[in-house]
Structures are given as C-alpha cells and as structure tokens.
Design a protein around this ligand. Structure first.
Ligand code: GLV
Length: 415
C-alpha cells in the first residue's frame, strides 16, 4: 500500500469504536484481547505503613519514569557507578565487590547463598523469624549441611548463643538477620564478625528491613556479605537489591570448585558487568535500567539526608509510635526497647480482635496499609512500618488515629 493510504487506513482504524476493532480481531484469533486490559490501569492512593514496600516520593517516581537508555550506554554505566558508591556509603564499606542485583532483596539473599555455598558445605543459620527459615531452606536446596540456631520470635541472639553454635557445628558460613521484619527484632551485630572469623567462618547478614533505619557498619563490624532491598527505607520500587562482599568473601566466590547453579546470579559475571573486576565490562543480562534510576535516586536522597539523620528519624518515629500504641492499651511484641527494629514495629493482636478485620478496616476506612504477621508471627502480631519518607510524626499520628478507630469499630470476634 502507498504510504498515504496506510496512514489513512490506520487513522480510520484508530477512529473506529473499540468494539468494532475487537470484533475484527476475533475472526482471526482464538484468544481475544482480555477485556480487563482494555480498562485503564487503576492505582489508588494509599499510605503504605506495612513492612514494605513503602511509598515512593515524587523524585524517585520521576526517575523511574525517565526514558530508557541502552544497558551498556556510558550514562547507564555511570548510574551504576553512582549506585555502587551509594551502597558503599549506606553499608559503610570500601568493598570493591559492591553492586545491585537485578531483583528484589529476596533475590540478593539467593545470590549470596548460591555464590558462597557448594554442595556439602556446613552452614549455620540463626532462626528467630521467617528470614532465617527461608535462609535455611535456600541453603538446603543448594546441598549444604544446615544447622539451625533457634530463638523464639521476638528475641535475638547473644554472642554466646552464636559462639556455642560455631563451636558445635564448625560452619563455613553463618547467616543472621539484622532486621527481622516478621517479628520486629533488631539483632545486635557487635563482635559477631570477629567471633565468626576466629572460627574460620564468614558472616552473612540480611539487612533488607534495617538498612538506613538502624546503624550498620559493614567494615568495622567485619561483616563478610551484606545485602538489602530497595523498597523499604530507600523508598524505591522493589526490583534492585544492594549487596557487598568483603575481600575474604570475594576470594571464596572466586575459588569455588564448581560453577554457581545460576548464570543470572553468578557474582563473577555480575562483578564484571558492574565494573568491579578491573576488566572491560561485558554483556551479561539486560539490566532493569529504570529500576537502577530509581535506586540511584533513593541512595542519593539517603546521602543528602545523611545516614545518622536517617537513623535518628527512624528512632524518633518508632519511639513515638511505641508510646502511642501503649497509650491505646496495646502490647508491644518485642519486650526489650533496644531490641526493637526502628523501621517495623510489631504489636500483639489485642485479645478478642481478629487481625484481618483490623488491617481491612484501616485499608477500607483510612486508605492505610498495615500488615499482619508473617511466618512464625502469623496471627500473633500487627506490623507497622515507618520507613524512609514515611517515617514522620504526621504518619505516626495518622496510623494511631486509624487504629483507635479500628479498636472502637471492629467486631470483637470472641464476644
Ligand atoms: C517483607 O519483607 C515482609 O516482612 O513482609
């Protein structure tokens, strides 16, 4: 067809009512365009005060909505370099092998394990919530000999607990969760790195829920592998996850006898793509570029605010929330004040209430998300997250007001 004729035909088609165009297509296709996709995308306004994701501020949203560039364009490589130094700042590390995994925090957890573990390795996992349970599951899938150190949900591990496990099991890797989002516990890390190294063991720490909300010093605390996510304090959408390896951990990854079971998450390839190995960068996978733009801005906002200010904001909001919850007659799940995670607070489901009714009430009547428990805390707690830009005094007032309303209105299930 002549160009002008094509143009006219396409104008006529786009002017035709949707139903006609749809009917035309149905003569050829067995599967029709789904009706639901012909409706506009619906995204309501909500205040996300669950354990994550948290709301994304306009600056980060705008970054994620920028036009694409090629994944090997120098500007994108520059953004990746920005992310790298941003993670080094957030983690307080000078590790060269520092990058963002193309995936969520969970993906970073899997990346850590599958690069570090080989069949038959002995791994010690500290389990006091869902993340330890998941870590043990992942390590077992990789053929490791896994030993679990157990603590009831709501409690943390002392250095003596850890030392006992190291002496008894002689693992080559210890996994521990800094911020247990399922229980609201903050695990003290002081001395654990040294302890592990005295026992020829590497220390792997999950900081998905704590990064930017509670102090962490990767180098000073001698943490060997640290990872986090983008969707909590960093206020970026889920999809790219910071991770860093100490020199010792990097050596272990490079000295593996077998290839890691995933190509996508092979740290040797990722190190190259992220410019961490001194070699020219090679294509590995097509990175989620817009997710990198968002993460870059999340890290930039953290750098502008300053880590210490961020930690202090989270401490203050958490203290205000805890006081308000107690004033409502509610009971905090984590007894010891210093063991409370400043980003996610857990409160016992009050006697006679159904947690699902409370969370649904807040959603339906106040457009606020809070969450129930997860894993071992299911049915026991409500979880309230105040992370990054959501960690404000005004949001504390809003959620307390909504909870007061819920306690008044929600059916008492056992009455
Ligand atoms: C996710 O991190 C959760 O704790 O629900």
């Amino acid at each position: 067809m002549h160009c002008a004729a094509v143009l006219l035909a396409s104008r006529a088609a786009s002017a035709a009512p949707l139903r006609t165009r749809h009917a035309m297509a149905s003569n050829l296709l067995h599967i029709l365009p789904p009706q639901r996709l012909l409706r506009p995308l619906a995204v309501p306004e909500r205040l996300l005060l669950g354990p994550g994701p948290s709301n994304v501020p306009p600056r980060i949203l705008a970054a994620g909505g920028r036009q694409l560039l090629g994944h090997m364009h120098p500007e994108v490589l520059q953004v990746m370099d920005d992310i790298k130094v941003g993670i080094q700042y957030a983690f307080q590390t000078q590790n060269q092998l520092t990058l963002a995994i193309s995936g969520t925090g969970h993906c970073a957890m899997e990346a850590a394990f599958l690069n570090l573990i080989e069949h038959g390795d002995t791994v010690l996992v500290a389990v006091n919530g869902i993340w330890g349970q998941r870590a043990a599951d992942i390590a077992r899938r990789l053929g490791a000999s896994v030993h679990e150190l157990l603590k009831p949900p709501g409690e943390y591990f002392s250095p003596w607990d850890i030392e006992e496990g190291l002496v008894q099991h002689k693992p080559s890797l210890l996994f521990i969760t800094h911020g247990e989002s399922s229980t609201g516990v903050l695990q003290p890390l002081e001395g654990l790195g040294k302890l592990c190294h005295r026992h020829d063991c590497l220390l792997l720490v999950d900081a998905v829920a704590s990064l930017g909300g509670a102090p962490i010093f990767m180098d000073q605390q001698e943490i060997d592998i640290l990872y986090s996510g983008s969707q909590k304090v960093l206020n970026a959408p889920p999809g790219s996850a910071p991770i860093s390896f100490s020199e010792q951990a990097r050596e272990k990854v490079l000295r593996r006898k077998t290839n890691p079971p995933s190509f996508y998450l092979d740290m040797r390839w990722l190190a190259n793509y992220w410019g961490c190995d001194g070699e020219p960068r090679r294509y590995h996978h097509t990175a989620p570029i817009n997710s990198f733009f968002s993460l870059r801005e999340g890290l930039a906002m953290l750098a502008e605010l300053g880590l210490e200010n961020s930690w202090e904001n989270h401490r203050v909001s958490c203290a205000q929330l805890c006081q308000g919850l107690c004033d409502l007659g509610l009971e905090l799940f984590v007894k010891e004040e210093k063991a409370r995670l400043p980003t996610i607070t857990t409160v016992r489901v009050p006697e006679g209430y159904d947690w699902k009714e409370i969370t649904a009430f807040l959603m339906d009547n106040h457009a606020i998300e809070i969450s129930g428990g997860l894993g071992p805390s299911v049915g026991k707690v409500l979880r309230i997250g105040l992370m990054g830009c959501n960690s404000t005094s005004r949001n504390v007032d809003r959620v307390l007001h909504a909870l007061r309303d819920a306690l008044r209105c929600c059916r008492r299930s056992r009455l």
